[in-house]
Design a protein around this ligand. Structure first.
Ligand code: FAD
Ligand code: AMP
Length: 463
């Protein structure tokens, strides 16, 4: 094939785009990926999942060393924070992983264009780089341009003291008082980081609950545990404005007193990224919130143009984007594969973690579905006792008639790892009895999942 001619051009090198590029290359296509940032890996690797988890891990170590190790007979005098080293480690983790994607591109012979990709017409992409503009032709175009932080009218972001998750991942000093606007997963995760490192943290949430979308019982219990860690929540507070005033920031809301603080994190959700993509010149109408409409094969209504990941509807999660990337490539080349959206789990990496897959009790009520519920508190789990992490519980919801597992919701230690077993069970159409009859290793947290499955049938052993 000639230079700048490909079978597939992927715009966006995040988890959706880079995974789609690799799978399509493995299946024999000549693939290119256009990414405007120097580092590949997208929001997830550069300014999302990975740096946030690195900071959550380090801040948790700091918190435990100060607050909890003493209980286990480990005394450390003068635990001190070296924030510069903590931030450096986070950057190193990010760099290692983003370079890993470069290596994967080389291994799979994927051409990488550095620059902003714009669709000129079906089959034609322009790459706008700093010094030149390159025209690329291709049979197929995949848009995987992801998302960007949403904002609100009245919020005057200065990209420093009033900013988004990107700034909050890199504060070079611990804020004295951080106000977080939005009690979703990004707000509670990054609020937790800075609380553990010593900040006063106030989370303002418009709704009467936090973590909207998660099972309400789990979210309510999580809120209590986060409050014990010192996070302050103001619910029913609709933020109407935030601005820098001299040496402090001022946040105003309906339903709560104005607050003065030194930093503001705006975490009110994310919006699809379709800016300057050239979509306006195509006969393609976006959803009202800006998402690109696609069918089950991820095809838009313009021949040869597809989209996946955060830029289309569905949960804005890295593994959802990856799953769609693989399904897109398989569909294109084999005609098969699909994404089972019922088996896509979500995790909030607080302490303890919160994880969920399938339907919540609220959704089942709304759908008028009869279900049975089995619960196992972590205090009944031997491994949780040895870890000293007995907070929270596991809840399994199973169809009353067929016993098929409809939802699993976990608040507790390592919930994010435990949920994969539940996702596998849902994706195989397992019943709660299937889980209950599977021998689980002792002593592990996974035994709690089995106990919750036994609880569905009212025959627990350890409760
Ligand atoms: P993105 O990762 O956003 O990648 C899109 C890429 O396209 C970007 O690199 C962008 O630079 C590039 N791009 C955009 N437009 C153009 C253009 N015109 N030309 C060239 N390049 C372009 N998800 C999880 O599953 N787990 C988590 O723990 C988690 N934590 C998160 C924490 C934070 C703080 C944030 C902000 C997000 C988190 N997410 C998490 C969400 C996750 O990052 C996204 O769901 C995921 O990155 C979406 O992947 P994507 O490939 O669709 O888009
Ligand atoms: P998520 O979409 O999960 O990132 O969560 C964003 C959260 O921000 C949701 O719980 C919203 O209810 C909340 N939110 C949106 N607008 C406002 C606002 N004006 N004031 C406070 N919270 C808000």
């Amino acid at each position: 094939m000639e230079k700048n001619q490909h079978d597939l051009v992927v715009i966006g090198g995040g988890p959706g785009g880079y995974v789609a590029a690799i799978r399509a290359a493995q299946l024999g296509l000549n693939v290119a990926c256009v990414e405007k940032e120097t580092a590949l890996g997208g929001t997830c690797l550069r300014i999302g999942c990975i740096p946030s988890k690195a900071m959550l891990e380090s801040s948790e170590h700091f918190w435990r060393a100060r607050e909890e190790f003493g209980r286990e007979g480990i005394r450390i005098a003068n635990v001190e924070l070296d924030l510069a080293t903590m931030l450096k480690r986070k950057e190193q983790v990010v760099t290692t992983l983003t370079r890993g994607v470069d290596l994967l591109f080389k291994k799979n012979k994927i051409t990488r264009y550095l620059g902003h990709g714009r669709i000129e017409a079906p089959g034609q992409v322009t790459v706008l780089a700093e010094k030149e503009t390159v025209s690329v032709s291709t049979k197929h175009i995949l848009v995987a341009t992801g998302s960007k932080p949403a904002t609100l009218p009245g919020i005057q972001m200065d990209g420093d003291r009033i900013g988004t998750s990107t700034e909050a991942l890199a504060y070079t000093e611990v804020p004295k008082h951080l106000v977080v606007i939005g009690g979703g997963y990004i707000g509670v995760e990054l609020g937790s980081v800075w609380r553990r490192l010593g900040a006063k943290v106030t989370i303002l949430e418009y709704l009467d609950r936090i973590l909207f979308g998660l099972d309400a019982e789990i979210a309510a219990e999580a809120k209590k545990l986060l409050e014990k860690q010192g996070l302050e929540f103001r619910l029913g507070a609709r933020v109407t404005g935030a601005r820098v005033e001299g040496d402090h920031c001022k946040v105003e809301s309906e339903g709560s007193e104005p607050i003065q603080c030194d930093r503001v994190l705006v975490a009110v959700g994310r919006a699809p990224n379709t800016e300057k993509l050239g979509l306006e010149s195509l006969p393609l109408e976006l959803h009202k919130k800006g998402f690109i409409p696609v069918n089950q094969k991820f095809a838009t209504n313009v021949d040869g143009i597809y989209a996946i990941g955060d830029v289309i509807t569905g949960p804005m999660l890295a593994h959802k984007a990856e799953e769609e990337g693989i399904a897109f490539a398989e569909q294109l080349l084999t005609g098969f594969d699909h994404v089972n959206y019922d088996a896509i789990a979500a995790v909030v990496y607080t302490q303890p973690e919160i994880a969920s897959v399938g339907q919540t009790e609220e959704q089942l009520h709304e759908a008028g579905k009869e279900y049975r519920k089995g619960v196992c508190p972590f205090r009944a789990n031997a491994r949780a006792r040895t870890l000293g992490q007995v907070e929270g519980f596991i809840k399994i919801l199973a169809d009353s008639n067929t016993d098929r597992i409809l939802g699993v919701h976990i608040l507790g230690a390592h919930a994010g790892d435990l949920i994969n077993e539940a996702a596998a069970a849902i994706s195989f159409g397992a019943s709660s009895e299937d889980l209950a009859r599977t021998c689980h290793v002792h002593p592990t947290l996974g035994e709690g999942l089995r106990e919750a499955a036994l609880a569905v049938a009212g025959r627990t052993i350890n409760l």
